[in-house]
Design a protein around this ligand. Structure first.
Ligand code: SOE
Length: 384
């Protein structure tokens, strides 16, 4: 029997557009989905560039006006992969048109936008998802399962860092991710948002935060032509950096655990070092994206004299998601986290069950981002 088709319209074709396109293309190859995912239309303002992206990534149609994609009755899902300043307008219009909305993180540039977006999808009764893809790494999902099974006991600490260094050079140009009016914030919304999501997902809701946001380099060369990674050509004119370069905070979780969160794009030598350690009464786990197929586990109940961290290859068929890919230890990568996220999203959408993470998670995440910003401004603890 042929499966129901789900037509996707993707708005945006740069780094995230590429990651999402790869996932739409691959998801049905690895997961036996209840629907057929169709890469219907990709949209971007530059016709030549988006046409090239459509050919390269495998989209059937090209559009230069996102409103036309939303108006198209054939489209079922709108994927918002544009910079943050356009998320709210596109997502709200898509929800009002009755489309499912899958959106990049953070969902909005402000708490008000996130709230309006959540209200829009809830009022329209449409499915919604947010691309906090790191939850979907098998090793992270395994940590979640072990915590749920009580293997860590009472959680005491969540210690997370997300470290990069791609803008540490003061001559790196002022790309959109460094402009508040486009990106909303810097390191904070871009990568702190990811570890906030992991903290909420693995440990629980936060209660209070005390944060510090800082900008090391206040002026940079204006950006010329962008490339499809994170960079651009530097011009000889200078402009103001209006976002944070580093963002860190202390947190108390509602369940009594303590958290430290540190995000920086100035951690020279660290490229995409998304690492957390969770310490509980019965044991600990450690994850590091740069070795994403592994989960370190310390079991306090090991026999006397045999204590130590063991390295679990989270590639076994019994591990979450891993069984969909290759035989044990034939490792997967960054791109597969998006495939796993979409597999869950299309399955839940077809079953009529909640997709996780969704706009509720996106909104809760933004409440934390907002509280940390206020805490940094007022140099005080802020409750959520
Ligand atoms: C750049 O900092 C970036 O690509 C982020 O935009 C992503 O969200 C993160 O997953 C990796 O780093």
């Amino acid at each position: 029997m042929s499966k129901k088709k789900v037509n996707v319209g993707l708005i945006g074709y740069q780094f995230m557009g590429k990651a999402h396109s790869n996932a739409y293309r691959q998801v049905g190859h690895f997961f036996d989905l209840p629907v057929d995912v169709v890469m219907h239309t990709i949209c971007g303002r530059n016709e030549q560039a988006v046409t090239k992206a459509a050919q390269q990534f495998g989209w059937q149609n090209v559009e230069t006006d996102w409103r036309k994609v939303i108006e198209n009755p054939e489209i079922d899902v709108i994927d918002v992969s544009t910079p943050g300043n356009t998320h709210a307008e596109i997502a709200i219009a898509a929800a009002k048109a009755g489309k499912a909305v899958f959106c990049e993180k953070p969902i909005g540039n402000t708490l008000e936008e996130a709230e309006a977006m959540l209200k829009a999808v809830q009022e329209a009764g449409v499915p919604h998802a947010v691309f906090h893809n790191y939850r979907k790494a098998p090793a992270v999902a395994l940590a979640k399962r072990m915590i749920a099974e009580g293997k860590l006991g009472t959680i005491y600490h969540f210690r997370a860092t997300y470290l990069q260094d791609w803008i540490a050079d003061p001559n790196f140009p002022l790309v959109w991710r460094l402009q508040k009016e486009v990106a909303g914030s810097g390191t904070h919304g871009d990568i702190n948002a990811h570890i906030i999501d992991l903290g909420r997902h693995l440990v629980g809701e936060l209660d209070e935060v005390c944060g510090l946001l800082h900008t090391f380099i206040k002026q940079r060369p204006l950006a010329g032509a962008i490339n499809d990674k994170l960079g651009a050509e530097a011009t000889d004119q200078m402009g103001e950096v209006t976002v944070d370069d580093a963002a860190m905070f202390l947190a108390k979780f509602k369940n009594g655990a303590l958290g430290t969160f540190e995000a920086s794009r100035f951690a020279v030598g660290r490229k995409n070092y998304n690492r957390f350690e969770i310490n509980g009464s019965k044991g600990s786990v450690v994850f590091n994206l740069e070795r994403m197929n592994e989960l370190e586990y310390y079991n306090n109940d090991d026999p006397e004299g045999e204590h130590g961290f063991r390295l679990i290859q989270a590639t076994d068929a019994s591990h979450p998601y891993a069984g969909q890919f290759w035989p044990v230890a034939h490792i997967i990568g960054y791109g597969e986290t998006f495939i796993n996220l979409l597999a869950d999203a299309f399955t839940n959408m077809a079953n009529g069950t909640r997709i996780e993470p969704d706009f509720v998670d996106g909104y809760e995440n933004q409440r934390v981002l907002d509280a940390v910003e206020r805490s940094s401004e007022t140099r005080s603890w802020v409750s959520l």
